[in-house]
Design a protein around this ligand. Sequence first.
Ligand code: DAH
Length: 344
Amino acid sequence: MEQKILDIKNNALSEIEKAASIKDLEEVKNKYLSRSSELNNMKKSLKDLDPQMRPKIGALTNEVSKFLEEQLQVKYDEFYKIELNQKLQSEKIDVTLDGTYNPIGRVHPLTQTQNEIVEIFEHLGFSLIENQYSPEVEVEKYNFDLLNVPKEHPARDVQDTYYTHLAPNVILRSQTSNAQVRQMQNSRPPIKIISPGRVYRNESVSARKNNLFHQIEGLYVDKDVNFGHLKGVLNEFIRLYFGSARPTRFRNSFFPFTEPSAEIDVQCIMCQGKGCSVCSGSGWLEILGSGMVDPNVLSAVGIDPDVYSGFAFGMGIERLAMLKYAIDDIRLFFNNDERFLKQF
Ligand code: DAH
């Protein structure tokens, strides 16, 4: 019996000696010291031994277990240090290396400009209308008919409308003015809204023109709205957008849906009115179209023109951004060149 225990001890010791990793040590421990190990079975069967032998054998098994545990621990500590060092070496981080460059996106200059314009009109009491009243794929009725543009009227050609194959009367809207009509059909005065969005025109692309661009439409209909209100609101818009009161000029114009109509010019931002290449020598820059809503337009949507009146306006967002930031080519907004976009 004694010899057997000593054999176990020696075998275990030589296996501990041979172990090459913490994992090996765990296997040795399991084999010699677990509940089902030979040594433990001996402890359990002490009661079957000759009572005279029991204390001696009992003490010897305990002693051997304890000794093996100690030996395992010593070896374990050694391996732990080695493995930790290896890990520290292999997982070492060089904090002086360059980091990865994660570019942060930014809001597109056109969106920034649109947000700025929207904010100014909200400040002046206008509500932002979302897209449900101004679809980009539109029927002629809302882009032209209800805006007092008769069939065969040259104005339909003036805006070089894109027709689709969906149906003969389905077009890509050429102006955000469709939003006015849809809004008036769906609500009653007082109406005071702005509606931004994309518009399409079949133009040859150049530094000044793109076949897709953005407009903001505005409409104010109530009792007793007059041209003075139009002037007041749009002058205030210009003051807030360009940062100071700039000389403006209301020029007589024509739009089928307004009467009278006016185009508004601001004094040239580049030359302060002296005349330069940006303003073609005139000292003025056109920034928007506007006018008093034509009584025919009100009647067509069931608003009584004898009771209500209104003004409307429409402006190109690209144009306003180009003037404010002195950008000389509209195509820059659509090329997605980071060198351009990063400046905003
Ligand atoms: N829709 C016009 C255009 O695209 C701009 C415009 C002019 C809008 C006068 C209006 C307006 O609402 O009253 O050229």
